[in-house]
Ligand binder design. Sequence first.
Ligand code: HEM
Length: 264
Amino acid sequence: MAKQITRGKGNGTGAKQRVPGERLAKVQGSALWTSIFRPGSIFRKGYTDSPRNRSYVIMNSVLFHLHPVKVKRHAVKVSYTLCLGGLSFFLFIHLTVTGIFLMFFYRPTAAQAWNDISSLQTSVTFGLLVRNMHRWAAHLMVLSVFLHMARVFYHGAYKPPREFNWVIGIILLTLTLLLSFTGYLLPWDQLALWAVTVGTNMMGYTPVFGSQVRFVLLGGAEIGTDTLLRWYVLHVLMFPFFIVIFMAIHFWRVRKDGGISGPL
Ligand code: HEM
């Protein structure tokens, strides 16, 4: 047990006098406290504002450590990136959350899909709101990814050493468009049916394998429940799975290439 610290000769009553801040110092020295407040935290005993401690704050935080320890002053200006990459990522997270909500009320069969969407809007609490949030966020994500790409282009940020990340970006753009297109089919209304008819007919003109490509995309010879199920799985599982992997590579590359703080 820690030894009680006393000062002077006591107060004459036999009770030991506590040194001010002694209890706080004891708590700050405990294993629980030091496991939560890592080295460099201002809540650690004896904290000093030094470059080393400032670096620790970044390195020891789950969120901050994604950033470099030091960035150039111009790099933290919002006017530089317009936060378009971050905005695209935020919209993706938003789409995932609202999409999970929609999945509770939607069955991907030709007989039920349209009715499910219709009753989602009229009978489910916040159903119409969440559906519209999902739809608007999808449109906005296409726009923000495109604007982000334009920002990267006009800053010449696609040049070495970032050329690999530009290619990853193209894959992300393609996946974003594919997510948008596959989602369009799910309400199973006239717009959806004709979009899929046009889309799959176009892909049917692929050289050599045209009819096979069309067959795979339709899940049969013509549009039906199998088509809907196929595009539903692509929309809620396969494309999100790939986009998350490529986003991870993208963010890793931003960090490794020196991010926007590196020389341009
Ligand atoms: C899902 C789509 C995307 C997400 C979530 C995303 C996210 C981000 C983020 C957060 C950054 C760092 C900050 C910033 O520059 O805004 C970034 C940088 C970058 N992105 Fe994207 N991005 C996406 C699509 C694209 C596309 C379509 C391209 C180009 C074809 C692209 C190319 C780049 C490049 C080259 C950088 C480094 C820029 C620099 O260091 O100045 N990204 N991205």
